[in-house]
Design a protein around this ligand. Structure first.
Ligand SMILES: *Cc1c(COP(=O)(O)O)cnc(C)c1O
Length: 373
């Protein structure tokens, strides 16, 4: 049996150590320090937005984005039902109500055409999530939002560098949020950022992340704020990561292509679709298994892979089955329910090699009861 293969692993091959050492040697380890501004600038330059506000993680990025847009009690926000819990939780943290929307069976992203039926006069915003590296159809999102007077918060946590019609995701929403958790495409360990072109929103987010305190008048609170600041150490690591985002994405694409070449003709596996108007980025290599034909759940298959020292992740689960989310309003969630039950993420990290991918594919097919050729 091969050595343990994690589902994800960070890679610090650039200036991460140098910049981090710089923080420690200079003593600038808190949120006051030069790397914060550097990290914010490198992100706003890359995504082409006027402002970037760094925060302590992706969940609080969504939280202050929603608060800044004035989302609160009595308001509703449309969120896709196939997402990580944080997208939904951030809405609830504001005292607002998430409306769960089904996803499109081909892209796995929010199905805008069926969002109409969720709308009420209280619906204030929509949160498209670029799930598993796949951009949402932003033409449809923008059009729907405009017609129905909705604000847009993009959840870009799984799609750093992806594009829709040549334009980077993160540059479409009123505010766009990224996560830099340890397993994300760009990582700072824990971390997040909010991008916007609106200087009023940027200023409000800078105040909210720092206890709601006025930037001119010391210890004067304009809001009941939070401590959602990123540290200079996180920003140092993030700056080094962003410096090499192009090569990170290129390497991930190579891994994606190699997986595809091994799995594309397997009858009980469906791969992620590519669309001519979108440039997907590979986060964790994602497949759908025909669990009916195989005769096992995705959870069972993931468990058996682990017995062969291969870590994997089942897709995000159906929220309507969980106590905290049972009562949320939703449309027919048939696509997200079937994708959740069929999906599996396979190990994807920069220094995974072909031998490991061969071993993963071979083991997966063996578990699913088929000879590998
Ligand atoms: C990771 C993730 C988040 C939350 O980010 P954290 O940094 O872990 O708080 C939000 N939304 C999606 C879709 C994610 O994958």
């Amino acid at each position: 049996m091969k050595d343990f293969i994690p589902v994800s692993k960070p890679s610090f091959s650039g200036n991460e150590k140098k910049y981090l050492t710089d923080c420690i040697e200079s003593g600038w380890i808190s949120s006051a320090g030069n790397y914060i501004q550097k990290f914010e600038e490198i992100n706003s330059d890359y995504y082409g937005t006027r402002h970037a506000v760094s925060v302590s993680n992706g969940t609080v990025a969504l939280h202050i984005a929603l608060l800044t847009l004035g989302i609160g009690p009595g308001d509703e926000v449309i969120v896709p039902s196939l997402t990580f819990a944080a997208s939904i939780n951030a809405v609830i943290h504001c005292g607002a109500v998430p409306l769960l929307a089904d996803v499109d069976p081909d892209s796995w992203t929010i199905d805008i055409e069926r969002c109409q039926q969720l709308l009420s006069p209280n619906t204030k915003a929509i949160m498209p999530v670029h799930i598993y590296g796949q951009p949402c159809n932003m033409d449809l999102v923008l059009d729907f939002a405009k017609k129905n007077n909705l604000l847009i918060i993009e959840d870009c946590a799984e799609a750093h560098g992806a594009r829709f019609k040549g334009k980077r995701i993160g540059s479409f929403g009123d505010i766009s949020c990224f996560s830099f958790y340890g397993n994300k495409i760009i990582t700072t360990g824990e971390g997040g950022i909010c991008l916007t072109d609106n200087s009023g929103y940027a200023e409000k987010m800078r105040v909210l992340r720092d206890h709601g305190m006025n930037k001119e008048k010391k210890f004067w609170s304009d809001y009941v704020g939070y401590n959602y600041r990123m540290t200079n150490m996180q920003a140092a690591v993030g700056t080094a990561q962003m410096e090499k985002i192009d090569s990170i994405l290129e390497r991930r694409m190579e891994i994606d292509s190699y997986y595809r070449s091994r799995l594309e003709n397997v009858p009980f596996i469906r791969l992620q679709n590519d669309f001519t108007d979108r440039k997907r980025v590979p986060w964790l290599f994602s497949i759908l298994l025909d669990t009916g034909k195989i005769g096992m759940t995705n959870e069972k298959i993931s468990g058996l892979l682990l017995e062969h020292n291969i870590d994997s992740r089942i897709f995000f689960r159906d929220f309507t089955q969980m106590i905290p989310y049972k009562k949320l309003k939703h449309n027919d969630l048939k696509n997200s329910a079937s994708i959740s039950a069929a999906g599996l993420n396979l190990p994807t990290f920069l220094d995974i090699n072909k031998d490991q991918i061969d071993y993963i594919c071979e083991t997966l097919l063996k578990i699913c009861g088929r000879k590998y050729d």
